[in-house]
Design a protein around this ligand. Structure first.
Ligand SMILES: *[C@@H]1O[C@H](CO)[C@@H](O)[C@H](O)[C@H]1NC(C)=O
Ligand SMILES: *[C@@H]1O[C@H](CO)[C@@H](O)[C@H](O)[C@H]1NC(C)=O
Ligand SMILES: *[C@@H]1O[C@H](CO)[C@@H](O)[C@H](O)[C@H]1NC(C)=O
Length: 392
């Protein structure tokens, strides 16, 4: 029950500690004594009628403690510890930093892949003619990729093994960001997988990302077993269960947010230690929770809450639908690229669906710039259709 510390100095056995020594007791007016007694009463009350967690009761006015909340003054926010104060002040300044004025603003395309990239030829077509406006980084975690396109050659960064669902996935993402941040022309950072393909032409993608100042990070609250059910109380006090969020791994972030991710040691460590497969008998995957939770806590208005990479979970299996060569058609790509509402469903038995319009600078726009998962065999059909579907 460390959570009392933010409210009043309380000793281990629950007594209120005396005030600062230099103040004279006798000069205190009566009302202070009354107030202190009231706070005392409320603390005792909270023990006598214990809610699941005292702070949750205090802040959320659950029905258990409504008699107290009727007359208690509004609760102060929890007092941050030293690490939180330091972290948050650094974050605040990073978030409010103006964009670096670059003569040659570029987008960093960061590929997270086990090995070779099956769609290099398609990406080459996408990048063709836009040479000063993009840069490519490849993190191949399993084997050295064989590049078939010259624009991918020499773009491999030093990489390390990635274990699915473990923090090493987040580490690889951070490694890509660190490499891409070295080029001060890079203003936006897109994370892509080997099975991702573009849905629009380069100019469309460039202006979509550059002419707005939010990051595209998927983020929603899922009270079910695959959402908050993965939360561990070891994350307290810094991360409360009510702040725990879920979202797809495939992000696209502006430069300030990329810096913020690298500057964070505090929340990262909490996920590294307490969000992993097999944690307390549950499977928690940091790549699905760390960034959504972090940004929900520190800059909720700065993120879109949906991912720019489309994936089809409608079959309800453990893995999303993967498209084979015969599945790829003009209609499929047109259907995906014209979706303009994001979709989230909770993993509890209520299966609550949430649809939100995809708003870009306040206007409804297509949600997705990229799509997964495509089998390598789909390359020829995609190449054939590319100019046609990206011109719409
Ligand atoms: C960027 O953010 C500011 C507020 O922080 C807003 O006033 C401005 O319109 C935004 N610019 C764009 C291009 O969205
Ligand atoms: C994303 O959701 C948060 C609430 O969690 C909200 O404050 C924010 O405005 C949303 N972002 C956009 C772009 O709507
Ligand atoms: C491109 O799209 C048009 C219809 O919009 C269609 O008639 C044409 O056959 C398509 N071309 C290819 C190569 O698919």
């Amino acid at each position: 029950m460390k959570k009392h510390q933010g409210l009043m100095p309380v000793t281990a056995d629950g007594h209120i500690m005396p005030g600062p020594r230099h103040r004279s007791q006798s000069k205190r007016p009566m009302w202070i004594i009354v107030l202190v007694s009231l706070v005392c009463l409320s603390l005792i009350g909270a023990y006598v009628y214990p809610p699941r967690r005292f702070s949750a009761c205090y802040f959320l006015s659950s029905s258990v403690c409504s008699p107290f909340t009727d007359w208690l003054p509004p609760a102060p926010a929890r007092i941050f510890n030293d690490d939180e104060i330091a972290t948050r002040v650094v974050f605040r300044d990073i978030i409010s930093m103006p964009s670096v004025q670059s003569k040659n603003p570029k987008i960093a395309f960061m590929f997270l892949t086990p090995g070779s990239l099956p769609f290099e030829k398609l990406w080459e077509k996408f990048f063709l003619g836009h040479e000063d406006r993009y840069s490519i980084y490849v993190h191949a975690s399993k084997e050295n990729p064989v590049h078939v396109s010259p624009i991918f050659m020499g773009r491999d960064i030093r990489s390390a093994k990635v274990v699915w669902g473990k923090i090493s996935m987040v580490d690889a993402e951070k490694r890509l960001l660190a490499n891409a941040l070295q080029d001060s022309n890079n203003q936006h950072f897109v994370l892509l997988s080997d099975s991702c393909v573009p849905l629009h032409n380069f100019d469309y993608v460039y202006s979509y990302l550059m002419e707005t100042n939010i990051s595209y990070i998927d983020c929603f609250e899922d009270p079910g077993p695959h959402g908050s059910g993965r939360y561990s109380e070891h994350m307290l006090p810094e991360i409360e269960k009510s702040d725990f969020r879920k979202g797809a791994q495939w992000f696209s972030v502006k430069r300030q947010h990329a810096l913020l991710i690298l500057a964070d040691g505090l929340y990262y460590t909490k996920f590294k230690l307490y969000c992993r497969p097999g944690m307390e008998g549950r499977n928690c995957y940091s790549d699905e929770h760390y960034l959504p939770t972090l940004f929900h806590m520190v800059d909720p208005g700065g993120i879109s809450n949906w991912s720019l990479t489309h994936v089809d979970w409608s079959e309800g299996k453990w893995h999303p639908k993967a498209y084979r060569a015969q599945d790829v058609s003009f209609e499929l790509l047109k259907d995906i690229s014209s979706i303009d509402e994001s979709y989230h469903v909770t993993s509890d038995e209520r299966k609550q669906v949430r649809r939100d319009p995809c708003l870009w600078n306040g206007m409804k726009r297509p949600c997705y710039l990229f799509a997964r998962k495509f089998y390598p065999e789909a390359l020829d059909s995609l190449m054939h259709l590319f100019s046609n579907f990206t011109s719409i």
